[in-house]
Design a protein around this ligand. Structure first.
Ligand code: URA
Length: 233
């Protein structure tokens, strides 16, 4: 048994305060009966409805997370801190997963959603969603690296990367734009140039740009403009 307001908030659709207001205004039923007391205890399987719609009905959620280093992007990896551990309780059981992976030591923009079709569309190889990373290397980056990335780097296993863009920012830092997403791609591309990655942060994913005001580990729902952007990709 758990409190009705907690049950509503656990869906991720409403904050605890919004849930309490909904309940008090008589819009919530449990087994067909209106309950106006947020503290009412309800059974795990009790059918709860808001305005006649079951709270079990899926509502898609889209969050921008500034992933810190030290957490894994998979949602359940025993013994590891995952990106879901960074989110509030209300986001725990609503099927959120990252649209694309970042390595444990990579920071930056991660889109978390429970909208499978959208995520699959964004990640499909043929959709070529641009990803931009800020990268620092051990070694000196030069015009030859810029040219090599422009032509398409061949990785150690023989895979020929699609042409990308490398924009030098200093002798050891750059923005790199990729139009595909292979495992450890930036690290493997720069390793193949003899310039191992020392620091990596994703700053853009398609139309989404990492929000500067989000500290590491923080997240926020996408704005309407950002939602429009990802749906028109
Ligand atoms: N490329 C990498 O090597 N690592 C990441 O986390 C993302 C892109």
């Amino acid at each position: 048994m758990e409190r009705l307001d907690k049950r509503l908030a656990a869906t991720g659709k409403w904050s605890r305060k919004e849930a309490r207001d909904l309940i008090k205004s008589g819009r919530v039923t449990v087994e067909g009966t209106v309950h106006r007391t947020p503290e009412t205890k309800v059974g795990e399987d009790a059918p709860v409805m808001v305005d006649g719609v079951s709270i079990a009905a899926d509502r898609p959620v889209y969050l921008m997370l500034h992933k810190p280093a030290g957490v894994v992007s998979s949602t359940d990896e025993p013994g590891e801190r995952t990106v879901l551990d960074l989110l509030g309780e209300e986001y725990q059981n609503i099927g959120l997963f990252p649209a694309g992976r970042l390595d444990k030591d990579t920071e930056g923009l991660l889109l978390l959603t429970n909208d499978g079709p959208l995520a699959h569309r964004l990640l499909a190889p043929k959709s070529h969603v641009d990803k931009v990373y800020y990268v620092e290397v051990s070694g000196i980056l030069d015009q030859e690296d810029v040219e090599a990335v422009r032509r398409g780097v061949t990785l150690g296993d023989g895979y020929e990367c699609l042409p990308g863009e490398l924009e030098l920012l200093s002798s050891n830092s750059a923005h790199i734009t990729l139009h595909e997403g292979k495992y450890h791609q930036v690290k493997r591309m720069l390793a193949s140039r003899g310039k191992p990655v020392a620091y990596l942060k994703r700053v853009r994913f398609g139309p989404l740009t990492l929000d500067d005001s989000l500290p590491r580990g923080a997240w926020r729902p996408l704005s309407n403009k950002e939602l429009k952007g990802i749906f028109s990709q």
